[in-house]
Design a protein around this ligand. Structure first.
Ligand code: GLY
Length: 319
């Protein structure tokens, strides 16, 4: 197959409150850059956007620092239930799993469902799929997440969101937690794909469904792809990923679509962030939260959003 397009890549490890201390930011930067380097090299070697997104999501799910896969936060009953989705922009095909337990990489289940007639499965169905695929049972619990849960339970902490990062020295406080991981890729063949995975908000009611396994949180067409992070209910209310992608599909530039969508989100007092690519190779990010943990490769070098000013920010690198 002929290589035609300069690949582009953007990833995120969540959004949330400020990360104080250079050490904290540098640690997150190093983790994100490792993923960008490996996944971007896959794109350069001719792997498809879908393959790159799955690999990127696996790497981020495997990093206990982020709230997805290993290191997922615990729900109100002390159990981990994870959600993930994958969207092939070229086929405009969405697949995902909701509230799945005991798998290492929920994104693998979303990938398997791409070729299934039933493309979004919840708890029991997702567990049955994992069994059919002979995916080994895996405990995603980390000691830190367990201690967080115990501490907050002891303090009868009323809280509403899930963590950016798990390492205590990277968190401003344990109550400011909004975590998700996501990857959007443009491959050398011009295909876009987006993937998103999360452990949820933490302490949520049983059966709560995350935006990460909905087109509100993860969406792509052949024109653009978006992965969101932040408070799931806010992302759902804005239908953010689909909203941005549809605007680009209807003719807006990616920058305009991000600016319009984030102005609306700010007006509605939402707490969220998003990363995006378009088919022309524009890279964009936006947030209403204090920080967005995103990094990207523009074909020449790696950059990130770790030191953006607090408050609503939208940025784009256009071709
Ligand atoms: N954005 C992740 C969640 O709220 O579940």
């Amino acid at each position: 197959m002929k290589l035609q397009v300069q690949p582009k890549l953007i990833i995120h490890g969540g959004a949330g409150s400020s990360l104080h201390g250079k050490g904290g930011i540098e640690t997150v930067r190093k983790l994100l850059y490792q993923v960008v380097e490996e996944v971007y090299s896959l794109l350069c070697s001719g792997k498809t956007a879908m393959q790159a997104v799955v690999r990127g999501c696996q790497m981020l799910e495997d990093e206990p620092c982020f709230n997805a896969g290993t290191g997922s936060v615990l729900q109100s009953d002390g159990q981990i239930r994870m959600s993930a989705s994958l969207m092939d922009g070229t086929k405009q095909s969405f697949s995902g799993v909701i509230n799945v337990s005991r798998v290492k990489n929920p994104i693998d289940l979303a990938q398997a469902l791409q070729s299934s007639p039933d493309r979004v499965l919840s708890d029991y169905g997702a567990a049955e799929l994992a069994r059919e695929l002979q995916i080994p049972s895996y405990n995603a619990l980390t000691e830190l997440r367990l201690q967080e849960w115990i501490k907050e339970r002891q303090e009868n902490f009323q809280r509403a969101m899930a963590g950016v990062v798990a390492q205590p020295d990277l968190r401003e406080s344990s109550n400011a937690r909004r975590g998700t991981i996501g990857v959007v890729a443009l491959d050398t063949y011009g295909n876009l794909a987006a993937g998103t995975s999360t452990g949820g908000k933490g302490f949520e009611r049983l059966g709560r469904v995350s935006d990460s396994a909905m087109p509100a949180g993860n969406y792509a067409t052949k024109y653009a792809g978006v992965s969101c992070t932040g408070i799931g209910e806010d992302i759902i209310d804005e239908c953010l990923a689909a909203r941005i992608v549809v605007r680009v599909t209807d003719g807006m530039s990616l920058r305009q679509a991000m600016e319009r969508s984030f102005a609306e989100a700010e007006q509605n007092k939402r707490d969220l962030g998003a990363i995006a690519l378009d088919a022309q190779g524009a890279i964009a990010w936006g947030k209403t939260s204090q920080v967005l943990l995103a990094a990207f490769h523009n074909g020449e070098k790696i950059g990130d959003t770790l030191e953006l000013p607090e408050g609503t920010e939208v940025g784009a690198l256009e071709e």
